[in-house]
Design a protein around this ligand. Structure first.
Ligand code: PRX
Length: 566
């Protein structure tokens, strides 16, 4: 029997107090995610239970019990306090998937500071805009990423300390750098910051179509959603060995890679390595993974690696598979059913929603290609794309709309109230996606309602890439759109007009690609560059991305009457 039992019954009788009771939380009392992820599990007899089974690409292995997570997160909290970090300060975690990232986040939350995780593959420019916007005072990183921080230090006067978790002491520390070894001392006690439901917890940056990335502000009360969705959608139980393949630089890796499993006292596996089908199957076999939360790009890559490879491993421990981040194509569901004997269950949500809002549930029939139904306690609907009136007829495309009343919903964009307010209409929150509803209330994803590019499950802002391209000496103007890709769903494509004196060449193309990879990230790097003499513009001079996008996707170009040059 699954945790959720009867979906329909759960919908009928739903109340968030179900989770509050299990968490022994009462309205108005203290709530601190860091404490829930370690100390509470220990207090309930789980101190010696394994919390983290970690390994990296080099085959190094580490194991941490819940008591280890408790004392080492205390160590992180105490160290940051000694550096002067106070409640509400932003502490950036800029690391690969090392234990210090996971346990560090718990430590930051315990002292009431705001954890700001950033993807370690970010280049100096991506890093700079996010640290500057958040007014981050401390960044915790590894030696291998410190050079990117050094490059931008001059432009970040508010960044007081750069904590390096793997400094070997042999080399000299540079300006503002301090060395810290998480496992040097077991710190038994730490004064927990008395955070309450609305105290800020995490600040995750996400990309929009216009403007710079937005900091999505979450609070400690989000735990209530993350805990219950993990129980009912991921079906996590105390016996599970859970693997969430997402990086905590992105929201899946924190909501369901730190908070959910650890607040439930589940043992989780982390692989700090790039993708390899073989390594992934080996990991499942080795640790006897039971619940696996992954993403469509990874599933498509596994499909590409072939069925024969699957047969070389004993994957019989697997019992529940879930996917997130991009549309899960029907073929991927059918394939997983064939090779693993288990269908991937799609789940839909985003950085702003903090927890799963639409999903397929254990026990509820899956319609391959559909995202499933709203989580009990979440009211979801569709609005007309023009009038924003609710759509009830099945089969009609509309914008997804959610009543913003579940615990993990964001509380705002960091210092950007106008953009936050613009996401609401008539009491509905609009995530920026289009879908259809069928007669049985299943949601079918149609596409984004904006120009944001979703590559391998990661959102890339065309505006951010265009801004960075303009800094390349050869680029006069550019337009960035998505291009279809069989594995990553979409990749970045740049149309580039060159400055006088520069001429198109393969060498220049590579140079521009590398420029973006280093400045922004490998995800934002254009996979294709097309040289153009000029870009299509409206009469008011706005670049018509829509037109270039339609061409890439072989779509009808729509109304082109306002285009100046074609
Ligand atoms: O467009 C939707 C797509 O990813 C966006 C959210 O991205 P992000 O904030 O980075 O969070 C990703 C992980 C929670 C959504 O607005 N998306 C997410 N899940 C799905 C999806 N598109 C289709 N199907 C999904 N299951």
């Amino acid at each position: 029997m699954s945790n959720i039992g009867s979906f329909d019954e759960r919908v009928r009788t739903f109340d968030w107090s179900i989770a509050e009771r299990e968490l022994e939380y009462t309205a108005g009392s203290g709530i601190n995610i860091g404490w829930y992820c370690a100390d509470r599990i220990c207090a309930k007899g789980g101190a010696q239970k394994l919390a983290l089974l970690w390994e990296n690409a080099q085959g190094e292995e580490k194991r941490f019990t819940y008591d280890d997570v408790r004392v080492y997160s205390n160590a992180v909290g105490a160290f940051l306090r000694r550096l002067g970090v106070e409640r509400g300060d932003r502490v950036c975690l800029f690391m690969d998937k090392v234990p210090e990232l996971y346990i560090g986040a718990v430590g930051v939350l315990k002292i009431g500071a705001i954890a700001q995780p950033l993807f370690s593959a970010f280049g100096d420019e991506s890093l700079h805009v996010r640290l500057e916007n958040a007014g981050t005072s401390v960044i915790v990183t590894q030696r291998k990423h410190a050079s990117k921080v050094r490059k931008i230090l001059d432009r970040l006067p508010q960044l007081r300390h750069v904590v390096i978790v793997d400094h070997d002491g042999a080399r000299a520390l540079k300006e503002r750098e301090v060395a810290f070894r998480m496992e040097a001392e077991r710190v038994e006690t730490l004064d927990l910051c008395p955070t309450t439901a609305e105290s800020p917890s995490l600040l995750h940056y996400t990309s929009g179509t216009t403007g710079m990335p937005k900091g999505v502000q979450h609070v400690h009360y989000s735990l209530v959603s993350q805990y219950l969705t993990a129980k009912w959608v991921l079906d996590l139980t105390e016996k599970d060995i859970y693997w969430c393949t997402a990086d905590p630089g992105w929201v899946t890796g924190t909501s369901y890679g730190i908070i959910a499993p650890w607040s439930l006292g589940v043992t989780q596996v982390v692989l700090d390595a790039g993708f390899s089908a073989e390594a992934w199957y080996r990991l499942i076999e080795k640790y006897r993974v039971t619940v696996w939360y992954s993403a469509p790009t990874a599933i498509r890559s596994l499909m590409k690696a072939g069925d024969e490879l699957v047969k070389q491993f004993d994957l019989s421990s697997l019992r529940h598979l879930i996917s997130v981040g991009e549309p899960l194509n029907a073929e991927a569901v059918v394939w997983s059913e064939r090779v693993f004997g288990l269908a991937f269950h799609d789940s839909y949500w985003q950085t702003e929603t903090g927890s799963i809002v639409i999903s397929n549930y254990p026990g509820l029939p899956i319609k391959a290609g559909s995202m499933g139904k709203p989580f009990p306690g979440v009211t979801a609907g569709l609005l007309d794309v023009q009038t924003f009136e609710p759509i009830t007829a099945p089969g009609v495309v509309g914008v997804i709309a959610l009543r913003p009343d579940w615990p993990a919903m964001m509380r705002g964009y960091w210092q950007n109230e106008a953009t936050y307010q613009a996401k609401f209409k008539n009491g509905w929150y609009m995530p920026g996606d289009r879908a259809r509803l069928d007669r049985e209330g299943y949601f079918w994803f149609v596409g984004r309602d904006d120009d944001v590019i979703n590559t391998a499950g990661h959102l890339v802002s065309p505006f951010e890439v265009e801004s960075a391209l303009l800094e390349h000496p050869a680029v006069a103007e550019s337009a960035v759109v998505s291009k279809p890709d069989p594995i990553n769903m979409e990749v970045v494509k740049a149309f580039v007009a060159l400055k006088p004196g520069f001429s198109p060449s393969d060498e220049l193309e590579l140079d521009i690609m590398n420029f973006i990879r280093k400045k922004l990230s490998p995800l934002a790097m254009p996979q294709a560059i097309e040289y153009v003499a000029s870009l299509p513009k409206t009469r008011s001079g706005k670049i018509m991305r829509r037109l270039l996008h339609a061409k890439e996707w072989g779509e009808d170009l729509g109304d082109t009457s306002t285009i100046e040059n074609d």
